[in-house]
Design a protein around this ligand. Structure first.
Ligand code: 13P
Length: 378
């Protein structure tokens, strides 16, 4: 049995190692135009190309950013864009010793036949797109699949005779007629964890994408995000994550993906955002490392966590806790919100605030760099 390896194999391994270099992590600045619009709206700016360009110029030109940041994930617009003073964003990054990356998925759409879940589009034409992105200077890629848990969902029901009418949820639900006597409004919880179908689809899509990206010289970041939303406890997240990563690696292997030439972008194992019991950084680290040890081969060079709605400091503390002892992989960050939130607010769209905003970005980047080394002290 002979499997054709990507002709880029050596380069992929080198790129992955460069991104997973000690004391550095990824700046995720690949918000789609729609998401970027929401971020800009939060500071009262219109979602114009000029505003997106101004903000992204601020990010990539932050002085000395490359000391803490090894890679930057870009949206397609930014890969082809210049800074406000006319330099190609990609060239500015390379000069800062930062590897340019590119988001290549085409977004989420409803997954028919599932628990109201989604799947990620973008495999059609991916080979030619990734080849073009490589020509443009990208050396790694990102594809984002998401898995929802929502362990329990509150539904407002109106009971009328023997029927229930679901007022705020479209999924048909079978409910016993115990309640069915008179009009009433009540709240019930139903299990709605990820369906086997959604997990399989996410894992298969990630694996096909990874093989195609490697064939065209881009190190694929494999990112099945398990969303924080829900009231479930940390054990439930752990159980779902075990299942998801087992499938992801099954299909990565089946698609002959070179493990030494990929990077992972998992969610940390935490309780759901609405869970009453919070977890300490030590607990998050324990659960997350247990997951990684059970599921991730040491051939994988880097695990670059997403922040997923954690606060800036929380994301840093959790990463720091995971690096208190040596790990088989580089355990680091690929944060968007946890690097950019304060920076964006500080900027507020005003040219006179650019330097102060860049300083806040550097503060977060440095804090996470220290956390990658297990040396963050707050
Ligand atoms: P957050 O760190 O804000 O969750 O974003 C991660 C991400 O996937 C963006 O590329």
């Amino acid at each position: 049995l002979t499997i054709r390896a990507s002709s880029y194999a050596d380069e992929l391994v080198k790129t992955a190692k460069t991104v997973a270099s000690p004391g550095r992590g990824i700046l995720a600045m690949d918000e789609s135009n729609a998401t970027c619009g929401k971020r800009l709206a939060s500071i009262g700016l219109e979602n114009t190309e000029a505003n997106r360009q101004a903000y992204r110029t601020l990010l990539v030109t932050a002085p000395g950013l490359g000391q803490y940041i090894s890679g930057a994930i870009l949206f397609e617009e930014t890969l082809y864009q210049s800074t406000t003073d006319g330099k190609k964003m990609v060239d500015v990054l390379v000069k800062q010793n930062i590897v340019p990356g590119i988001k290549v998925d085409k977004g989420l759409v409803p997954l028919a036949g599932s628990n109201d879940e989604s799947w990620c589009q973008g495999l059609d034409g991916l080979a030619s797109r990734t080849a073009a992105y490589y020509q443009q200077g990208a050396r790694f890629a990102k594809w984002y699949a998401w898995i929802t848990i929502f362990e329990s969902i509150s539904l407002f029901l109106t009971a009328r005779c023997h029927n229930f009418h679901v007022l705020n949820f479209e999924m048909p639900i079978l409910i016993s007629s115990t309640y069915a006597s008179s009009f009433r409004r009540t709240v019930v919880s139903i299990p709605n964890g990820p369906s086997a179908l959604a997990v399989k689809e996410a894992a298969w899509g990630l694996a096909r994408y990874a093989a195609i990206a490697q064939d065209n010289g881009l190190v694929p970041i494999v990112e099945p995000e398990i969303l924080l939303d829900g009231e479930h406890g940390i054990d439930r997240t752990f159980e779902v994550a075990l299942k998801v990563w087992a499938e992801v690696f099954f299909y990565l292997a089946e698609n002959n993906v070179l493990f030494e030439g990929i990077l992972l972008k998992p969610s940390m194992v935490t309780p759901g955002a609405e869970c009453k019991e919070k977890a300490t950084p030590e607990q998050v680290a324990d659960y997350t490392l247990k997951l990684l040890h059970r599921r991730i081969p040491p051939a994988v060079p880097g695990i670059m966590f997403l922040s997923g709605g954690q606060s800036e400091v929380e994301a840093t503390l959790n990463l720091n806790a995971m690096n208190q002892a040596p790990n088989p992989w580089h355990v680091s960050f690929s944060y968007a919100r946890a690097l950019q939130n304060t920076c964006l607010k500080t900027w507020g769209g005003r040219p006179e605030n650019v330097k102060a905003a860049q300083d806040t970005l550097l503060v977060r980047a440095k804090a996470n760099s220290l956390a990658q080394l297990g040396k963050y002290t707050g």
